[in-house]
Design a protein around this ligand. Structure first.
Ligand code: TXA
Ligand code: MG
Length: 341
């Protein structure tokens, strides 16, 4: 049985983690699937229950900013200063820092055998209490079966893992709704955003003056280096039905076309377009008035449609290509088999 752990019972969650069991936990981005990071068997079971490829490293979650220096090779004063600047500005918050891992701090299964580790300090008081009570950092990939939309509610975690994991810490739906920005601090050429998130290049550039910032994929791997973002090559966020990402101005054409083929469509759309299309599709949800609400609700919308058996095609509104819309677009396009804009 999977126990729903209340914030007031956090010591029970910590005891499960210390015992090598898995406990899902809330953050500001998505729910994570926690295991104590010094127990190789516990960490291995995270990969097993998710069905996650073993070469895709996990993020380690800490409770206090200065703890990052306990787990990394801290021999470069410039990098040390940079980390202090970044963590002062953005931690707790949705920014993961990839740094050289200190040997013998974590079993190699945590880092997928790489010589770097991703570290983050989540903006969720209950989870920071859980980490402190556990007495050691916890790994936390998103608490979903690999390839499925990430969980933003306790119900999503239970849908994928009820009866399979020890517990889930109860909390409200997550505030941001997509995973953290992953920033590589180990490349001599500058900072590399390996995964886009709420924290954008512009926000980073305001803090890190005079250092180039690259978006992963737009800069070549150094010849002697392994691929930088192992997780980005896998299928992601996919419900059972095919997903089509469609811009607002192409929407009426696309829906008319699907309707002429008698295809049963579920639509997730901005509040603006909700009234306009609600009678022309089999199922509809509103993503609210802003890019923030749309980002927060995207994965929940995909999961809602996943459980509706009469649906043949999911259509989701694709917001315009601006930096602020970047994380939403990245996740939606990864989930989609067709993009129309
Ligand atoms: O918001 C988040 O980051 C959530 C919450 C639960 O904290 N966690 C999360 O974990 O999204 P996960 O495992 O689903 O995604 C981790 C990403 C993967 O793309 C992985 O490849 C990358 O971070 N990553 C982790 N460690 C890395 C490393 N040492 N070098 C490069 N990329 C790394
Ligand atoms: Mg994930």
């Amino acid at each position: 049985m999977t126990k729903i752990i209340q914030a007031s019972e956090i010591d029970e969650g910590a005891a499960l983690l210390q015992d090598g069991q898995l406990v899902a936990f809330p953050t500001e981005t998505v729910f994570g699937l926690g295991a104590i990071a010094n127990n190789a068997d516990a960490v291995k079971s995270v990969y097993t229950v998710k069905g996650r490829p073993s070469d895709n490293p996990l993020i380690v979650h800490i409770a206090d900013p200065e703890d990052i220096f306990d787990y990394m090779i801290d021999n470069d004063p410039e990098r040390h200063d940079l980390i202090e600047k970044l963590t002062t500005q953005f931690w707790p918050g949705p920014l993961t820092l990839v740094v050289p891992v200190k040997p013998d701090t974590f079993p190699s299964v945590v880092t997928g055998g790489m010589d770097t580790v991703g570290i983050r300090l989540p903006d969720h008081e209950t989870t920071r209490d859980l980490i402190r009570a556990t007495g050691f950092p916890i790994v936390g990939p998103s608490a979903n079966i690999s390839g499925k939309p990430s969980p933003t509610q306790v119900a999503h975690v239970m849908h994928d893992f009820d009866g399979v994991i020890g517990g889930v810490v109860n909390a409200e739906p997550t505030r941001i709704g997509v995973e953290s920005t992953v920033l590589d601090l180990t490349d001599s050429r500058g900072l590399i955003i390996l995964r886009p998130g709420y924290i954008t290049k512009t926000m980073l550039a305001e803090v890190v003056t005079g250092m180039p910032i690259y978006i992963g994929g737009t800069i070549a791997n150094n010849a002697d280096e392994a691929p930088k973002a192992p997780g980005m090559k896998y299928v992601h966020y996919s419900p059972n039905q095919p997903v089509m990402a469609v811009s607002s101005d192409k929407m009426s054409n696309v829906l008319a076309n699907l309707s002429s083929q008698s295809i049963k469509v579920a639509l997730a759309t901005s509040e603006n377009n909700f009234e306009k299309y609600k009678t022309s599709v089999a199922s509809i949800v509103s993503l609210g008035p802003t890019i923030e609400t749309a980002t927060q609700q995207l994965f929940a919308a995909l999961r809602t449609f996943d459980d509706q058996e009469n649906i043949q095609q999911i259509v989701v509104e694709l917001y315009p290509d601006t930096e602020k819309n970047g994380a939403y677009r990245n996740r939606l396009i990864k989930a989609s088999s067709t993009v129309v804009e």
